[in-house]
Design a protein around this ligand. Structure first.
Ligand SMILES: [Ca+2]
Ligand SMILES: [Ca+2]
Length: 223
């Protein structure tokens, strides 16, 4: 009887291992499923820009803190000028002001397009100085960014102050172009004489339903 038990136990083990191996084999069997899985992709590009003193325009002037009339054109002098280069990947734009002097003022804008397949939400904007250092990460929706200064030349002294004009919070559907995002720049007294001043901006978007501050829409028929 004892010998019979000893025989039965290994036999049971063999049966159990056989069953387990069948399950194991099925677990790793490749299963083929027919069909197409569509996954959207997130992409946007800066597609256009504006600088107010491109070419030979009369220079504008304004006082520190953007006080005064921004459309003053003193004696129609043309000393400085501006331009913009959009990066080949469309993810950033670099703005340059040439031959500047204190109180010189210029206006700048960018526009971008949703080149992906899902709606996006403009989440924040970054400003970098002339050395590529991050200066400001603008993340506050529907509010005006407080004026901020940027040292473009890396000498520790601010060269320009920036006034951001448009609130964030825009949703852009696939293929659509954004609204205008614009800001003013005023050259400070501490900028080097005749300096070429440069800074870069980057815009960041997220999938519309992953925004930290989604736009609250009113449902039709509600008050
Ligand atoms: Ca000019
Ligand atoms: Ca400086």
């Amino acid at each position: 009887m004892t010998n019979m038990k000893l025989v039965l136990i290994p036999a049971a083990l063999v049966v159990a291992l056989f069953a387990f191996s069948a399950t194991y084999g099925l677990w790793f069997q490749t299963l083929y499923v027919d069909g197409t899985v569509n996954t959207g992709y997130l992409e946007w590009k800066i597609v256009d820009q504006f600088t107010s003193d491109a070419g030979k325009q009369p220079d504008r002037s304004i006082l520190p803190g953007f006080e005064g009339d921004s459309f003053i054109v003193p004696e129609r002098k043309d000393v400085g000028w501006t331009d913009c280069v959009i990066a080949p990947d469309g993810m950033s734009a670099t703005f340059t002001m040439y031959n500047t002097y204190p109180c010189y003022m210029a206006m700048f804008s960018v526009y971008f397009r949703n080149t992906g397949t899902v709606p996006i939400h403009l989440e924040y904007i970054e400003f970098y100085d002339g050395q590529g250092n991050l200066i400001v990460n603008y993340t506050y929706p529907n509010t005006k960014l407080k004026d901020f200064a940027v040292d473009c030349t890396g000498d520790g002294l601010p060269d320009i102050e920036i006034l951001w004009l448009e609130p964030l919070g825009e949703q852009i559907d696939p293929g659509e172009r954004s609204n205008e995002y614009s800001w003013w720049v005023h050259v400070l007294q501490t900028a080097p004489e005749g300096a070429t001043l440069q800074y870069t901006i980057k815009l960041y978007a997220v999938q519309w339903n992953e925004s930290e501050w989604p736009i609250q829409y009113t449902q039709p028929g509600t008050t």
